[in-house]
Design a protein around this ligand. Structure first.
Ligand SMILES: [Zn+2]
Ligand SMILES: [Zn+2]
Length: 142
C-alpha cells in the first residue's frame, strides 16, 4: 500500500509531518467534515494550521468543499474529481456524504448564462437516523 507521505509527494505537496497527520485523519472520517470536526480530532494542531493545510489539499484537488446549507464549510476527500456528483445531507445528524456514483444531471441554463459552479444537495434522513426514529419516534426537532 502506498504511504500517505508518497501519495502527498506525488500530488505535488511537500509531506510535512503535520500534513501527513491531517491527511490520514481526514481519510478516517466517513462523511464530509468541517474545520471544527478536524480540530476536535487533532486538538494538538491549531486551527489555522489545519485550515491552511485543507486549503493546500483543496488546491491540489485532493479535497473538495461542499455547501450543504449547514452554514459551515465542509470538505470531503476526493482524490480525483472529474465530474460533479451529488451530495446527500441528513437533517437530523447533519452528516453530509458524497455520492460519487451519482452524477449531477445536465440541466439547460438560460442562454447567455455562464455556469461557474453547480451544487446538488439532497436533504433527508440517513439510514442510521431512520432506524433511531422508528425506535424512539421523531419529534420534528433537528
Ligand atoms: Zn442522520
Ligand atoms: Zn463530493
Amino acid at each position: 500500500m502506498e504511504s500517505s507521505e508518497n501519495f502527498l509527494k506525488e500530488s505535488g505537496i511537500r509531506p510535512t509531518s503535520t500534513r501527513v497527520l491531517i491527511w490520514e485523519k481526514i481519510n478516517e472520517v466517513p462523511f464530509a467534515f468541517s474545520l471544527t470536526d478536524i480540530e476536535d480530532l487533532i486538538p494538538d494542531i491549531d486551527r489555522s494550521t489545519i485550515f491552511r493545510t485543507l486549503v493546500v489539499f483543496e488546491e491540489h484537488h485532493l479535497l473538495h468543499s461542499i455547501a450543504d446549507g449547514s452554514g459551515a464549510q465542509k470538505y470531503c476527500v476526493a482524490k480525483s474529481e472529474e465530474e460533479q456528483h451529488v451530495h446527500i445531507t441528513c437533517n437530523i445528524c447533519h452528516h453530509t456524504y458524497c455520492c460519487k456514483s451519482l452524477l449531477v444531471p445536465k440541466v439547460e441554463v438560460p442562454e447567455g448564462f455562464q455556469v461557474i459552479e453547480t451544487s446538488y444537495v439532497i436533504k433527508g434522513i440517513c439510514g442510521e437516523c431512520s432506524k433511531k426514529i422508528s425506535k424512539y419516534g421523531y419529534d420534528g426537532r433537528q
